[in-house]
Each structure stands twice: as structure tokens, then as C-alpha cells.
Write a protein that binds this ligand. Structure first.
Ligand SMILES: NC(=O)c1ccc[n+]([C@@H]2O[C@H](COP(=O)([O-])OP(=O)(O)OC[C@H]3O[C@@H](n4cnc5c(N)ncnc54)[C@H](O)[C@@H]3O)[C@@H](O)[C@H]2O)c1
Ligand SMILES: O=C(O)C(=O)C[C@@H](O)[C@H](O)[C@H](O)COP(=O)(O)O
Ligand SMILES: [Zn+2]
Length: 365
């Protein structure tokens, strides 16, 4: 396909799929070859539709293309809103051969994938991610779902897309705060697996923040490489995939505590990664210098490095108790042995965790 700068494959046997990365791909690429039947439902939201819906529609010429436009925001990643996708599929008489297309950020992607996993017990879907966060993380790997008031992504399914089309020029319209949110997940890959990538990010953070297109494409490609390799090794999070959850045990608690309405996902993950790093230092693994490098990089990406002031250790404990990584009631944390080397463990001194969960409140006193 023309205009593709990078291409890679998520290797999952007969469910393997390609990721295409390039500037201006949307609308230029005919995606008909990834559609099994004659019907397509594009799922998008009220912000993305005016920007990119017509280009997306053009990628499926000759097909019956229907559209559902959801309200915008994490707050709407719910059962009620999910139902609107099913309503439209039934109203337009979509069959088992239909293909759902997620056009938008991670919220649209997670909901569309979950709808595809459920509709008539499973139909195909395609990811067209339009935020940095969705391009580097959520569109790849097949985790789909919705939130519950008691916990993040608590209802969901694994379903891999048929392909992922990343048009980096969609980032030109992305608000700065959303760019930063995506950078949190990019930094995550450096921290869990790739010290060289971390150094590269330190060198190129200004270019990324300035939306330099080749630098962004490189960061997206390297992030997708990292995610694709982990997903190929452990699709359903029996082991190594849990490392992708660095910062998320704390971050998801922050998102739930604030009602999915104040903190962006990447912002919560950023503060959560600092908490995980703090715990790793208290375990004797990371150094002051490591913590300094992590916080400086996050600050340069304009991300928060502390949880909400009002959030107490008890608030954290209550919400972390439902974390999906927990086994037999024991909390498991993703921690860092060193920069670029993560581990998931339940073996830590609870006193140390308590210090981590109270540090931000003590700093205010
Ligand atoms: N499935 C996974 O593996 C995975 C991984 C990471 C995150 N997630 C989930 O992804 C969600 C976060 O995704 P997100 O950060 O993309 O948030 P989002 O989907 O809410 O999108 C962020 C904002 O940007 C807007 N937007 C999207 N594309 C745009 C564009 N090109 N120009 C202008 N505005 C645009 C959206 O309308 C929204 O207001 C969370 O629900 C998180 O749990 C899932
Ligand atoms: O793909 C994964 O695996 C991840 O953990 C990626 C995370 O960035 C993402 O936020 C994911 O949705 C979290 O999954 P969850 O299982 O902890 O809800
Ligand atoms: Zn995440």
C-alpha cells in the first residue's frame, strides 16, 4: 500500500494481523480487503466524526457503510453507550459477516472491539486509531471492554482486530493534553523493556512535543514493536503481558476515584508509574538518579507525577483490591528492577507500599 512508512505484524498464528503506519494513510487506502462481507459499521464519536469520518468512509467504497456516533469521553465507556452500537447494528440488519471499524481514540477502540466480540457471538473489527495513545497502545493487542463504577475495564473480552491503520497526520488535530497522555504509554515501553528507547525518548522529547512527524512515526513504530512482541508472547496476560500494566494498578485507582471524568488515562498512568518507581526505590532496586530521570521525562511531556492530593491510602487500597492482576486476594505490582527491566510481584513489604501511598499527602502537610 502506498504511503506506508512502517509496517509490522502481530504474530498470533491464524489471527495474525498487520499494523500500517504512515502520514495521510486514511482515505488513501482501500481497506475493503480486510472486510469479509459487504457490511461495515464505523463507530466513532462526536469529536472525531467531523474531522475524519468522510475519509474513513472512503476507505470502504462499494460496501454498505453505516455509522454510529457516540458521545465523547471516558465517562461514556459504559454499558448504556455500548448498547447504541448494538441498536445500530440491528437497525441496519448487520449479519455475522459484518465488520466494525473503530475510528477514534482508545475509548472508541475498546468499546468497538467489545461490541464486535459480543455481536452475534463475534464479528470482525478494524482499528483506525486517531490519538497517540490509541496508536501506540490500545489499538494493538485485542484488549477490549468498558468500565464499571467500581473498577476500570472490568467488563470486556479479548478480540484481535483484522488490521490496524495508523495515520499519523490525525495527530495534527489532537489537543496537547491528549498528546501528553499518549506519551505516558510511550515512556512506559522504555521503562519496562527498552533502556535504549528510554534514552532515545530523552533525546527526542522536544521533537515529540513539537509534533515532528518523522520523530512521532519512529516513536509509534518502536512502541508498536514492543507491544506486538509482548502480545505475541502472551496474548491473554498469563505472564509477561502484565508488564504492560506498569503504573496501572495505581493509575486505574486514580481514574475510578475521580469518576472517569477528571484525569486522562495517560495522566493517571504517569502518576502511577512514579508511584511504582518510588516503590521500586524503596525495595532497593532503583536509585535516586533513576527516579530523577523518570520524573524529568514525564514533566517534559507535561504529565503529572503525583496522584490527587485528596486520595488517601485507604482510597487506594479499596480500589486496588479489584485489580485484575491480583491472585487469591494478593495485590501484585509491576515494579522496576532497573530502567528497562520490569517484573510483576506480590512479594513486598506492605509497610513500604503504605509509605508510597501516603507520600503525596505528607508532601502537602
Ligand atoms: N485496549 C488496550 O490495550 C488499551 C491500552 C491503553 C489504553 N486503553 C484505554 O484507552 C482509553 C484512552 O484512550 P485515549 O487516550 O485515546 O482517549 P479517548 O479515546 O478519550 O480520546 C481522547 C480525546 O481525543 C479526541 N480525539 C481522538 N482523536 C482525535 C484527533 N485526531 N483530533 C482531535 N481529537 C481527537 C477524543 O474525542 C477524546 O476527546 C482508556 O479508556 C484506556 O483505558 C486501552
Ligand atoms: O495491553 C495491555 O495488556 C495493557 O495492559 C495496556 C494498558 O496500557 C491498557 O491501559 C490496558 O487497557 C489495561 O488493561 P487492564 O487489563 O489492566 O484493564
Ligand atoms: Zn494504559
Amino acid at each position: 500500500m502506498a504511503g506506508i512508512q512502517h509496517q509490522l505484524q502481530v504474530e498470533l498464528g491464524d489471527r495474525s494481523y498487520p499494523i500500517f503506519i504512515g502520514q495521510g494513510l486514511l482515505g488513501q487506502q482501500d481497506l475493503g480487503q480486510w472486510v469479509a462481507g459487504e457490511q461495515v459499521l464505523i463507530v466513532t464519536n462526536e469529536t472525531v466524526a467531523p474531522l475524519y469520518l468522510e475519509k474513513a468512509r472512503a476507505s470502504f467504497s462499494g460496501k454498505q457503510v453505516d455509522v454510529v456516533i457516540l458521545p465523547d469521553g471516558e465517562f461514556y465507556k459504559t454499558w448504556e453507550v455500548l448498547n447504541r452500537i448494538f441498536d445500530q447494528l440491528l437497525e441496519k440488519r448487520h449479519t455475522r459477516k459484518t465488520t466494525l471499524v473503530a475510528l477514534g481514540g482508545g475509548v472508541v477502540g475498546d468499546m468497538t472491539g467489545f461490541a464486535a466480540a459480543c455481536y452475534q457471538r463475534g464479528v470482525d473489527f478494524i482499528q483506525i486509531p486517531t490519538t497517540l495513545l490509541a496508536q501506540v497502545d490500545s489499538s494493538v493487542g485485542g484488549k477490549t471492554g468498558i468500565n464499571h463504577p467500581r473498577g476500570k475495564n472490568m467488563i470486556g473480552a479479548f478480540l484481535q482486530p483484522r488490521c490496524v491503520l495508523i495515520d499519523t497526520s490525525t495527530l495534527e488535530t489532537l489537543p496537547n493534553r491528549e498528546l501528553s497522555s499518549g506519551l505516558a504509554e510511550v515512556i512506559k515501553y522504555g521503562l519496562i523493556q527498552d533502556n535504549q528507547f528510554l534514552s532515545w525518548l530523552e533525546e527526542h522529547m522536544d521533537g515529540l512535543m513539537a509534533l515532528q512527524s518523522d520523530t512521532l512515526a519512529e516513536a509509534i513504530f518502536r512502541s508498536c514493536q514492543c507491544k506486538a512482541a509482548i502480545v505475541a508472547a502472551d496474548e491473554r496476560e498469563a505472564g509477561v503481558r502484565a508488564l504492560l500494566n506498569l503504573g496501572h494498578t495505581f493509575g486505574h485507582a486514580i481514574e475510578t476515584y475521580t469518576g472517569y471524568a477528571e484525569w486522562l488515562h495517560g495522566e493517571a498512568v504517569a502518576a502511577g508509574m512514579v508511584m511504582a518507581a518510588d516503590m521500586s526505590k524503596r525495595m532497593g532496586w532503583l536509585t535516586y538518579n533513576d527516579i530523577d530521570r523518570i520524573t524529568q521525562l514525564l514533566v517534559r511531556a507535561r504529565l503529572p507525577i503525583r496522584p490527587p492530593e485528596t486520595m488517601s491510602p485507604d482510597d487506594f487500597y479499596a480500589l486496588m483490591a479489584v485489580d485484575k492482576k491480583n491472585i487469591d486476594g494478593a495485590l501484585r505490582l509491576v515494579l522496576l528492577h532497573s530502567l528497562g527491566d520490569a517484573t510483576v510481584t506480590a512479594e513486598f513489604d506492605p509497610e513500604l507500599l503504605h509509605l508510597v501511598l501516603s507520600a503525596h499527602q505528607e508532601a502537602q502537610e
